[in-house]
Write a protein that binds this ligand. Structure first.
Ligand SMILES: [Zn+2]
Length: 126
């Protein structure tokens, strides 16, 4: 999908890029061809701060596939970025529910592209 390729290409280079409307400044995530605020089709890409706050938390108990058996439990979070967009990702760097709550400050982290898992992954850490 052309709208999202810039995002993934950015991750490959270690950059967290957000699509921003060239006309009204609305941050679009996931990237879209048209701005839902002003209907503009013009956009630019800019580096995100990477900071945000946990907006929702889900504790995952059952692995989505057998390969993930050793990973559970883990936390999926929707993070409201400082730029305003909401991004779903895994919360890593926590070992218990303690402190995992709405409003927790987190940072975007980019995985190692050379870890053999193909597409570069990302997650959040406190
Ligand atoms: Zn717009």
């Amino acid at each position: 999908v052309p709208e999202t390729s810039e995002f993934w290409d950015g991750l490959e280079r270690g950059a967290f890029l957000l699509q921003t409307c060239a006309d009204c400044g609305h941050v679009r995530f996931p990237p879209t061809a048209m701005c839902r605020v002003c209907l503009s089709v013009d956009a630019r890409w800019q580096a995100a701060s990477g900071g945000g706050e946990v907006w929702s938390v889900t504790r995952v108990e059952r692995p989505p596939s057998p390969d993930w058996q050793g990973e559970v439990p883990y936390w999926l979070v929707v993070v409201q970025l400082d730029e305003g967009a909401k991004v779903l990702g895994r919360l890593r760097g926590v070992s218990s529910d303690h402190g995992v709550e709405i409003g927790l400050r987190v940072n975007f982290a980019i995985g190692d592209p050379g870890d053999g898992e193909g597409r570069t992954r990302y997650w959040f850490t406190p």
